[in-house]
Design a protein around this ligand. Sequence first.
Ligand code: PHE
Length: 612
Amino acid sequence: MAENNREQWKTQLGFILAAMGSAIGLGNIWRFPYTVYANGGFAFLVPYLVALFVVGIPLLIVEFGLGHHMKASAPLAFKRVDKRFGWVGWWAVTFVMFGIVIYYAVVISWCVDYFFLSFTKGWGNDPVNYFNNDFLKLVPPPAGGQQFTFGPVVWKIFFALILVWGANWIITVKGIQKGIEKAVKIFMPLLLGVITLLVIWSVTFKGAGQGLSYYLNPFEADWSKLSDPDLWIGSMGQIFFTLSLGFGIMIAYASYLPQNVNVVKAAAITALGNSFFSIFAAIAVFSTIGFMAYSNNVSVRELKDTTVLQLKPESSEQAILRTKLDLSRYEMLRRGSSARSIKKVFRENNLSFARYQGAFNKIPLKLSGPGLIFKTYPLTLNKIPGGALFAILFFAALVIAGLSSSISIIEAFNSALSDQFNLSRTYSTSILCGLGFLGGIPFVTGSGLYLLDVVDHFLLQYGLVMVGILESIIVGWYFTSRKLRMHIDEAADMQISSRGEFIMRIILTVLLVMTWLVLAIGPNVNTIGSQVAMLAIIAALVLMWLSEHWFDYDIKLLIPALLMFILNGALVKEINTAYSGYNVSFVMVGVMWIFVTLLVAFIFNFLSRKKS
Ligand code: PHE
């Protein structure tokens, strides 16, 4: 391969913006806040930061370093470490191109549709019903012995999906400098601007303080969660997903860097910038959650178990209630509120709630999964003055963040194809975007949500972690982390790796000692979970200071061990519970996806066996 012809970033800033663009995505604006909410608020930030420093930043350094050293995309880079490992690189890129981006693009399409809906609040007064029935046209879930049906294609989403893949194609086909770099130089500042507006606006919502204090006040956090292994597994998964690790993306992006660059600094800026963005953007979400709690007359903590009652638009009782209540009370019933506050209205007006019960829809508030942004959010924004504009900005932010991530996925595969098969960019981009679009079609049917749920679960819980284990073992033991450190120092023209290690040790010591103390004074100190966790922390601290090169020890031992622990935890849970109550053959779709991508990876590896 003519390596001097390899495309290059115009500026290092362009590279960092692109890497951040990949990292910052739906995961930051949507997944991060609800993971925080579900895991005890502020307490979640501790395992999140530990995962960031133990696994996130070191693996990002590995991917940047490897891509930069080998000047190659993942398959070729791994092949150059050892001829036997080309398939690992192919698996990483296949996995993300023929797995994650297929449904990721569908979720971006939902956001595109919701962006347009926002102008007129097109979800109406009953956004939950709208999302399930009018928008997704959901068929009954594939539970028990039920036959699986795809259901109809939803044209609204289908057309949005064409737009998304069109945008992906236009950006990626133009190449690194004229396409991706240009796009992210517009996208990223725009995204930061929009999110800043939303944050400033949202803190003025009534009840915002309550939401923010659940999020940021250590005294309100549920620290007992720290002894729950699920919390640690969840935070590790979040870091992996949010930093786009284990997919060969960061390897490909770093392969377009010039000779002399400070890889450690780039990784630190990317990773810290990404987490800063998550933490910042979550302020907007938590302020809104605070408003939700306020307007439903419940506490933030109770919100997830709250059922909202909403007057059915077509009910005959509607007219009667309209005459018996003043306008603002009546509006409250129509827009929906918690059962508690609705009953209060009835009591205050000397009406019997029992008599009118049938006139209400019961809506359990969803604060996780797609429910948060497509149901609960519209429900809430209906009650906020200027809510339409807020929604427009919010969904625009999601679309921009999503696109800057999806282009990175396509580029990871693109660069693998051009490294190994000498295909032209136009040709390979067109094929990939076409396939990505076709692959998305099953997900835009009435059963799309269930498919998405299953595939997402298996790819994220297993595939991702397996690739991560392979990656750290191959780089740690075969390429050797020592060689990687030497390369990094040489490219940066100074001894940064040892200084970086020192800083890391200090940060981790502080974090781990804090965690230990929280566990020790916490209410669960006598449970096995806490005891094991406390012992593990002491062991990790001792080993960290004893090992001469913390980086080597981390890559070679700690990361693979932690990831195997996660894999094991996830497996045990899987075996004990049928996933989401779906029937077995449906769950197999998710399992199959992992094996099929592996098979595809082997085929690509075979076809490209001659190139190295
Ligand atoms: N990092 C992106 C996010 O947080 C998602 C992503 C996953 C991007 C995998 C690329 C690859 O949303």
